[in-house]
Design a binder for this molecule. Structure first.
Ligand code: AMP
Length: 471
């Protein structure tokens, strides 16, 4: 999972696209905290800054001021595949021998990465990372420069031959292209005000750059923005996929996206409240108090407490500077992270029947520690309610749940998980209840819950030509 941003300023007097991109990336920081980067074009030359670390550390006022230009694309990284190092940080920049420059950022995961990479390597294409952003860029430039296809035709080649998810931005000197995979798996939107166009993963970044939300980018749509304005090349996504449906990631709405975003035309906070209300409808254990596991479950817990008509309060206080513990790569560090991250307010627990609400259980690390903490703080009973179904299957499209063995719901029954957590009861939302809350629910991917992977594996048909090619 990652966050991306693209800024195009048509107005001659504006040249602070990189600064706006930095602001927007800051608003998308929850989508990845490992590295960040911005490529900026003054209409002619592209320059790039990328470093490990948070947006506010990398893009200081002083640094962003120096990055003059009317066009910028940016990225925050949340590692799924590939090591945690600067080579895997985006954007990628490619300068060809003929003097053209291309920069690219993407959010998603390419399932057939290894095959396509091997094909390109056979043609002499060199890779410096394990990142799919680099793969998309080099594939695209390969077809454009070496085979003479237009950029649009090269993007269509990607849609024919790449499997997986990719919300992508390509910057060439005075244009930005935006394209989204045919299943629309990761969120991708456009905003605009006056002569400034913005492409982004999430709407929550539009306020800070002062543009209005226009719409989602459609699956398989290709957009170009340049001095003539915005132009769309709509395409039939069914030409590139094996089913007639989109596969929007439902987990974005449960956990990943910010509650103030509109994702796949759903208000995220509202959707989460409804998840909680749905849980409440089937409740037989009425607690004294409902406590969210902050922050991602706040609205789910609120909906649940409202549905039951019981007390709701923030009994667990989160240290916001720790980051998302889940993202830390090793288990030992992750375990410590939970206790570094939360403190309990004993007044909300002493002598009470408590229900802790979380959005999901993945490895089971977070809640297990919290149940202990809450008991230590005097809770009489501790119940757990989860605003999503059991996460039993790995995601191959960008959420970091790579091996099934790591998923506690794949290893244990609900009863066993409850015992492992040390809780008095545990209940998840059912898949049916979840689907009933999603508008157009056929257009969504639930693979992490039901193991039905909608982005089918296509036959390998990469038409990379046999002759040697070097950039
Ligand atoms: P775990 O502690 O391993 O069970 O992870 C579940 C906790 O991490 C929940 O509190 C979620 O809010 C959060 N979470 C769920 N999925 C992810 C993910 N893919 N990346 C980061 N955090 C996640």
């Amino acid at each position: 999972m990652c966050g991306i941003i693209g800024i195009y300023q048509k107005d001659k007097k504006h040249t602070n696209a990189a600064k706006l991109a930095a602001y927007a990336l800051f608003a998308e920081q929850h989508r990845g905290q490992e590295s960040c980067g911005i490529a900026v074009s003054d209409g002619n030359k592209i320059s790039i800054t990328k470093e490990m670390g948070l947006v506010k550390e990398v893009f200081t006022e002083k640094k962003s001021k120096k990055m003059d230009g009317k066009l910028a694309i940016g990225h925050v990284r949340y590692p799924t595949k590939g090591k945690s190092n600067i080579n895997n940080a985006q954007p990628y920049l490619l300068n060809t021998l003929s003097g053209q420059s291309f920069a690219l950022v993407g959010n998603g995961d390419i399932v057939n990465y290894s095959n396509i990479r091997k094909q390109l390597e056979k043609q002499g294409v060199f890779f410096e990372s394990e990142n799919d952003g680099e793969l998309i860029l080099k594939y695209l430039v390969f077809w454009h420069i070496k085979k003479g296809l237009s950029i649009i035709e090269s993007i269509k080649k990607i849609m024919q031959n790449f499997q997986g998810s990719y919300s992508t931005l390509l910057l060439i000197k005075n244009k930005i292209y935006a394209f989204r995979d045919p299943y629309g798996n990761r969120p991708f939107i456009i905003g605009k005000k006056d002569n400034t166009y913005v492409f982004a993963s999430e709407t929550c970044c539009l306020n800070i750059v002062n543009v209005d939300f226009i719409r989602e980018i459609n699956p398989a749509e290709i957009l170009i923005v340049d001095e003539k304005g915005l132009k769309s090349t709509p395409q039939n996504p069914n030409n590139y996929r094996t089913s007639n449906h989109n596969a929007h990631c439902v987990f974005e709405m449960i956990y990943f996206s910010r509650p103030d975003s509109i994702v796949y035309n759903h208000k995220v906070y509202d959707f989460r409240e409804k998840l909680g209300q749905k849980l409440a409808e089937k409740e037989s254990n009425i607690p004294d108090i409902v406590i969210p596991i902050p922050d991602s479950s706040n609205f789910i817990a609120l909906g649940y407490a409202k549905g039951l008509g019981v007390d709701f309060n923030f009994g667990l206080i989160r240290n916001h500077y720790v980051g998302r513990t889940f993202i830390v790569p090793e288990q030992t560090i992750r375990d410590e992270g939970v206790t570094q991250k939360f403190n309990a307010l004993p007044d909300y627990f002493k002598g009470k029947i408590v229900t802790l609400v979380d959005d999901s259980i993945v490895r089971g690390t977070t809640i297990r520690k919290l149940v202990k903490m809450v008991r230590k703080n005097g809770a009489k009973q501790v119940h757990i309610r989860i605003g999503s179904p059991m996460v039993k299957f790995s995601c191959f499209y960008g959420i970091d749940t790579p091996t099934r063995e790591e998923l506690i719901a794949n290893q244990k029954t609900v009863e066993e998980i409850k015992d492992y957590m040390g809780a008095d009861s545990l209940r998840y939302l059912t898949i049916e209840d979840l689907k009933n809350l999603v508008d157009n629910n056929k257009e969504f991917c639930y693979a992490c819950f039901d193991g039905k992977y909608p982005i089918k594996t296509l036959p390998q048909s990469h038409q990379v030509p046999k002759d040697k090619f070097l950039f």
